[in-house]
Design a protein around this ligand. Structure first.
Ligand code: NAD
Length: 255
C-alpha cells in the first residue's frame, strides 16, 4: 500500500507550526512516517532547521521554514514557501506559548502579557489557516488540526490568559469547520493534558500531582500519546469528523 501522504499526483504536504520541539516535532515525525512531506514552520530558525535536519536523517521528507505565527507578514511569506513545495494536504496549528506562562491569578496579569499570549495562541492559528486555506482547497480539500488544551476544559487556575486563548482555539475550530466543510476541508481540535516535555518542566509539582490523582490513566502523558489521534485527524478516515474537540489526557476531563 502506498504511504498515506502519497497520491498518484505526488507527495502531499503537511505544515506543522512550532515543530522545532515538543508536541510539534513528534507530530511532524509521525506525519513524515505516514508519507507526507512535512514543513517545520518554526519561530526559532535554528531550532527549526535542526529539527528538520533530524527528520531528514531519519529518512523523512522535511523542510524548515522560519515563521512567526503572530506576524501576518511572516505568515504570508511562509505560505508562499509552502506553495512552492507542491499540493498542501494539512495544517497542524501547534505553535503556542506554553512554556512558563502560568503562575499569576487573573487580576495580576498585565495587558502586554495578555496580548502576547492571545497574539500567538489565538490569533496565530487563524492567521495561518487564513493564509493556507486557498492551498488546501486548491489541492482538493484537506485537514486542519488545532492544538487546544484541556486547561480550557478544566478551568485550571493561574492560567487565565492561556485558557482564554485555548478557549478561542476551540471556538475558532467550530467556526472554521462550518465554513470549510463543503470545500472538503475538515477542522478539528485536540486538547492535550499536561504532557512531558521542555515546556512543562517548570510546571509546579502540585499541578502534576493534580493530574496524576485525577486521570483515569495515572501514568504521565507523553508526546507520542497524541500523535495517533492527530495522524487520524489528518487521514482520509476522518473525512466525516469536523468541528470536534478531542481531549487526550488519560481521562483527566470527561465530557
Ligand atoms: N505540553 C503540554 O503539556 C501541552 C498541553 C496542552 C496543550 N499544549 C499545546 O500544544 C502546543 C505545543 O506545546 P509544547 O509543549 O510542545 O510547546 P513547546 O514550547 O515545547 O514548543 C512550542 C514551539 O513553538 C514555537 N513557537 C513559539 N512561538 C511561535 C510563533 N510565534 N511562531 C512559530 N513558532 C512558535 C517555539 O519556538 C517552540 O519550538 C502548544 O500550542 C501548547 O499550548 C501543550
Amino acid at each position: 500500500m502506498a504511504p498515506r501522504g502519497s497520491t498518484a499526483a505526488g507527495t502531499r504536504t503537511v505544515v506543522v507550526t512550532g515543530a522545532g520541539r515538543g508536541l510539534g516535532l513528534a507530530t511532524a515525525r509521525r506525519a513524515g512516517e505516514d508519507g507526507y512531506r512535512v514543513v517545520v514552520a518554526e519561530l526559532d530558525a535554528e531550532r527549526g532547521e535542526k529539527a528538520a535536519a533530524g527528520l531528514r536523517a531519519e529518512g523523512l521528507d522535511a523542510h524548515a521554514v522560519r515563521a512567526d505565527v503572530a506576524d501576518p507578514g511572516s505568515v504570508t511569506a511562509m505560505a508562499r514557501e509552502v506553495a512552492a513545495l507542491g499540493p498542501l494536504h494539512g495544517l497542524v496549528n501547534n505553535a503556542g506559548l506554553a512554556d512558563a506562562v502560568g503562575g499569576k491569578e487573573f487580576h495580576e496579569i498585565d495587558v502586554a502579557e495578555w496580548d502576547r499570549i492571545m497574539a500567538v495562541n489565538a490569533r496565530g492559528p487563524w492567521l495561518v489557516a487564513r493564509a493556507l486555506l486557498p492551498q488546501l482547497i486548491a489541492s482538493g480539500g484537506g485537514r486542519v488540526v488545532n492544538l487546544a488544551s484541556d486547561a480550557a476544559l478544566y478551568g485550571s487556575p493561574r492560567l487565565a490568559h492561556y485558557i482564554a486563548s485555548k478557549g478561542a482555539v476551540i471556538a475558532l475550530t467550530r467556526a472554521m469547520a462550518r465554513e470549510t466543510g463543503d470545500h472538503g476541508v475538515t477542522v478539528n481540535a485536540v486538547a492535550p493534558g499536561i504532557t512531558e516535555g521542555e515546556s512543562t518542566e517548570r510546571v509546579p509539582a502540585e499541578r502534576h500531582e493534580l493530574y496524576r490523582l485525577n486521570r483515569a490513566i495515572s501514568r504521565p502523558q507523553r508526546p507520542d500519546d497524541l500523535t495517533g489521534i492527530i495522524a487520524y485527524l489528518l487521514s482520509e478516515e476522518s473525512r466525516y469528523v469536523t468541528g470536534q474537540v478531542i481531549a487526550v489526557n488519560g481521562g483527566f476531563t470527561m465530557h
